[in-house]
Design a protein around this ligand. Structure first.
Ligand SMILES: [Zn+2]
Ligand SMILES: [Zn+2]
Length: 297
């Protein structure tokens, strides 16, 4: 299988990173998408994969940086002649989110205009996805893959459940954290994984700054914590992602980050700090995510 990192940023619009999105492609050509943040549909096309060819989409949680591109992804598949919609797997609320987008929803005008064409009437099923709202345990299974999931610790569960996922196919295991603080559930999902793709939103120095200034309320995993978790889970390879724009050199990103970070310290050199802190506990193969990075397993 191959893994393509479609988006590796977080909640800001970042000139250098799309928001969260990971594509797993099996050797038989089937595609499975994890998260659908802004910019990932364009990056999918840059990676030469058609949104019309993706079988299933797993949304880890309903924060905008994980779902913003979902309407674009689905409408593109419809325009590009897919016959059936992808299966959509996600937390409670995913059905509500999907049902209120297309027919009669936020994109009603687009739907009404486009569906007036006979050719688009032929594949209306493409904008009527089947939604599976998951609970911890088996999330999805077909003839090729098996996905299990569990709650991770990110947003209060009554606002949005947040899931981590363990994906098994071709005798390999890929685990993906979604967004989370370090937690036992994610460690279990990642146990012995061939690849762990785990969020690592801020370097330690920025977490300390955010703690002191009281910025940011939702839980993430620090580099030191991630190294410890990866070592304890015995993962064979680690791919940190969901970087919170701390490495940006863009003037606008620095300006809007003023209330979030010590902006004078921002820049790509912080990736060195991140690796050093992950390495305190984890000695295995390590690669930091970048948009369109490809990993073959
Ligand atoms: Zn996020
Ligand atoms: Zn989030």
């Amino acid at each position: 299988m191959r893994i393509t990192m479609l988006g590796t940023g977080a909640a800001f619009v970042d000139p250098d990173r799309a928001q969260s999105g990971i594509l797993i492609t099996l050797d038989n050509g089937r595609h499975y998408l994890f998260d659908c943040g802004a910019g990932i549909t364009r990056n999918m096309v840059r990676a030469n994969v058609s949104p019309a060819d993706v079988s299933a989409v797993f949304l880890t949680h309903l924060h905008h940086d994980h779902v913003c591109d979902f309407p674009l992804f689905v409408i593109t598949g419809w325009m590009w002649e897919r016959e059936d919609a992808p299966v959509v797997i996600g937390p409670k609320g995913t059905g509500h989110f999907v049902r209120n987008l297309f027919e009669g929803g936020a994109f009603k005008a687009d739907f009404d205009a486009r569906s007036a064409y006979p050719r688009r009437q032929k594949n209306l099923a493409a904008v009527r996805p089947r939604v599976i709202e998951v609970a911890p345990g088996l999330a999805y299974e077909d003839a090729h893959v098996r996905m299990t999931c569990d709650w991770v610790e990110h947003i209060p569960r009554e606002i949005s459940e947040c899931f981590g996922v363990r994906f098994e196919a071709e005798g390999k295991v890929v685990a993906f954290s979604g967004d989370t603080a370090p937690c036992a559930a994610m460690e279990r999902l990642a146990a012995g994984a061939d690849l762990l793709i785990h969020e690592c939103t801020f370097p330690e120095s920025f977490i300390e700054h955010r703690r002191k200034t009281g910025v940011g309320t939702f839980a993430h995993t620090s580099p030191t914590e991630l190294g410890r978790l990866a070592a304890r889970a015995g993962v064979k390879r680690l791919l940190p992602t969901h970087f919170g724009h701390f490495d940006s050199t863009h003037a606008l990103i620095k300006r809007v980050a003023t209330h979030h970070f010590p902006v004078e310290q921002m820049g790509p050199h912080l990736m060195d700090e991140m690796v050093r802190d992950i390495r305190k506990h984890y000695a295995g193969p390590l690669q930091l995510a970048a948009d369109l990075l490809r990993v073959d397993l």
